[in-house]
Design a protein around this ligand. Sequence first.
Ligand code: G6P
Length: 369
Amino acid sequence: VTAEKAGYDHFMLKEIYEQPKAYRDTMGARIDDAGKRIVLDEVKMTAQQIQDIHQIHIVACGTAYHAGLVGKSVIESLARIPVEVEVASEYRYRNPIITPNTLVIVVSQSGETADTLAALKEAKRCGARVLAITNVVGSSVSREADDVIVTWAGPEIAVASTKAYTSQLIAFYLLGLYFAQTLGMQEAEVIEETIQALRQLPEQVESILADAEKIKVYAEQISKHDNLFFIGRGLDYAVAQEGSLKLKEISYIHSEAYAAGELKHGTLALIEEGIPVIALATQEELLEKTVSNIKEVAARGAYVMGVGSEGNEEIAKAVDELFTIPRTLPLLTPALSVVPLQLLSYYASLARGNDVDKPRNLAKSVTVE
Ligand code: G6P
């Protein structure tokens, strides 16, 4: 077993450290040699079929659903196709409006999740085309879907998903760019600039991992609490939701992710002296607003850990602790900012003496509806 963990104490930690490789492998030959275009041969849709897509539904469970939340922003901002994201167990039973011009994207690490599979079948029954993003070649989801983008994260053993999630983000970046390029929705320079930034991500993740000790100290502090909050706006909110789920799954600390601007409509009542708040503030154009939300919780006694982009003075002044991530395009920050949150959950779980890789009550793959 030690050998399988390649010297790491847990599969989760090993998988967190495998992310730079997972990013590289998932991008692989899907970017042309010149770094100018996306090559997605596995998507069999013709240019006309892509033009005919009126709406996209992203359907998934758990962490894969959270990848879908990022996917929505990515596709909408790059390709300007309207996207809705829904958990599979809700989508399946509410008679959603699916037409032959709907593309349904199912996201599933295992490709075996019963709710996701049922949603896929329902979508097909209604005449939609289904594209799957999955980590398992030959899985049920990959066999039923019309198009399959495989994430090359390699086997994920820990119940808490890490490298599968981030590889799903990479798949969405590639797909969003591919649609944009096919539809002529972005200038060639924008596509090229995004590709360039994508290619820098693996090294940037490596630099975050080299800073893990910083997170460990903070994780040990929060492990003593029973409640905390994650806040963020836009893509930071999507990542906050994944960070919160990760923490709940393995540390059993109750946490809630909140859209930072929504705090004042209720949750602010729960902020009291000493409560930890993890604030994500990587979105340049929302920064001022997020910083003002950070000040709102800090003024009520919250102990704030910020996650911001390097060189950002404003957030540094507003928080108690700051973890910085390397600079990238605003759209790509989730692929970096989630990494400190994964480490935070890992070390908090460890500090609490939990079974990190096999949290109570949870299964890696849920094959019942
Ligand atoms: C289970 C796992 C989660 C995972 C979810 C969806 O609940 O514990 O980590 O996100 O299933 O799994 P899938 O294989 O469909 O991505």
